[in-house]
Ligand binder design. Structure first.
Ligand SMILES: C[S@@+](CC[C@H](N)C(=O)[O-])C[C@H]1O[C@@H](n2cnc3c(N)ncnc32)[C@H](O)[C@@H]1O
Length: 284
């Protein structure tokens, strides 16, 4: 099933579902026939009462407390995947899709796949005709990400995008050519940037995700020194939730303040200094 068909399906056994109680508290429940969800305050809700019902259904617990049941979104899926690596968070993945100019049918190279959070998001948006190639050093992470992606396909549908995993070191090279976007989430992206320059089509986009400022400095100085890159930009995205109630509107006490920096650059032609195959002819 494709993602649009899945969204319209009734809840299925094994599916992760969000249950919201009358105070807006949320619970993550994996539906299993015969099981019962229960909390001290709201009482009992049999999973069988949810299975087969449409997403958004309003039900009552045995204590008469109303709850609504929602299908988990891509954001929920990313936040709840099994992780053995740091992941890129949903707020940053949204920015990556836009800054990376990711479009249906595009060819994207990423490294490494880690737990598969970025891969899951990219595959959803690449759609039929799209192709994601993931370079990953460690087989165990590729396997973990593969399981997370299989589960995501099972519950949220298959967008039809092709996925190729290459076990290897991205610092040694990127095989693909004519790539639209390269996303590097590795500790020393400046070591893979020359390979990204070979792989990207003219005008293609390089994105690098880095947690610390010293890494940013090393990478950005490298990109600024290579004429194959233009429009080198560094951004950080802060998302601050707000609490809104009848008598008070204010920022929430807690926020995830720092996740990482996104560095973007565009692949451009040169005057031949960096060995481009087809140097620009300077104007007469
Ligand atoms: C922080 S995780 C990536 C997380 C991933 N972007 C996600 O959203 O789930 C970094 C991954 O890069 C892999 N890695 C590190 N250096 C690498 C290299 N030189 N070549 C390929 N993969 C590498 C690590 O094994 C790890 O799986």
């Amino acid at each position: 099933m494709n993602p649009s068909q899945v969204q319209r399906e009734p809840f299925r056994p094994g599916e992760p579902v969000l249950v919201l109680d009358d105070r807006g508290r949320r619970y993550d429940v994996v539906l299993q026939p015969g099981r019962v969800f229960q909390t001290h305050r709201i009482g009992l809700l049999p999973h069988d009462a949810v299975i087969g019902r449409p997403p958004g259904v309003r039900l009552y617990t045995d204590r008469g407390v109303p709850v609504v049941c929602l299908r988990a979104t891509l954001e929920d899926a990313v936040l709840h995947i099994k992780r053995r690596t740091q992941i890129i968070f949903p707020k940053d993945l949204g920015l990556i899709l836009i800054r990376g100019n990711v479009f249906p049918g595009a060819t994207v190279v990423e490294s490494g796949i880690g737990s598969g959070a970025a891969a899951m998001t990219l595959l959803r948006f690449l759609g039929p005709g799209g192709h994601l190639i993931s370079y990953e050093l460690r087989e165990e992470f590729a396997r973990l990400a593969g399981r997370n992606l299989d589960q995501a396909r099972q519950y949220w549908g298959d967008s039809g995008a092709r996925h190729t995993v290459r076990i290897g070191n991205v610092y040694d090279g990127i095989e693909e050519r004519d790539v639209d976007t390269v996303l590097l989430d590795v500790p020393e992206p400046h070591r893979a940037a020359p390979h990204a320059a070979e792989a990207l089509r003219p005008g293609g986009t390089l994105l690098c995700w880095l947690p610390t400022a010293l890494q940013v400095y090393t990478l950005v100085r490298h990109l600024q020194g290579d004429p194959r890159w233009a429009a080198v930009e560094t951004v950080e995205l802060l998302m601050r939730p707000w609490d809104v109630s009848e008598n008070s509107i204010r920022p929430a006490h807690r926020m995830v303040a720092h996740t990482g920096f996104l560095i973007s650059a565009r692949r451009v032609e040169t005057d031949g200094a960096a060995g481009d195959a087809a140097p620009l002819t300077p104007p007469a």
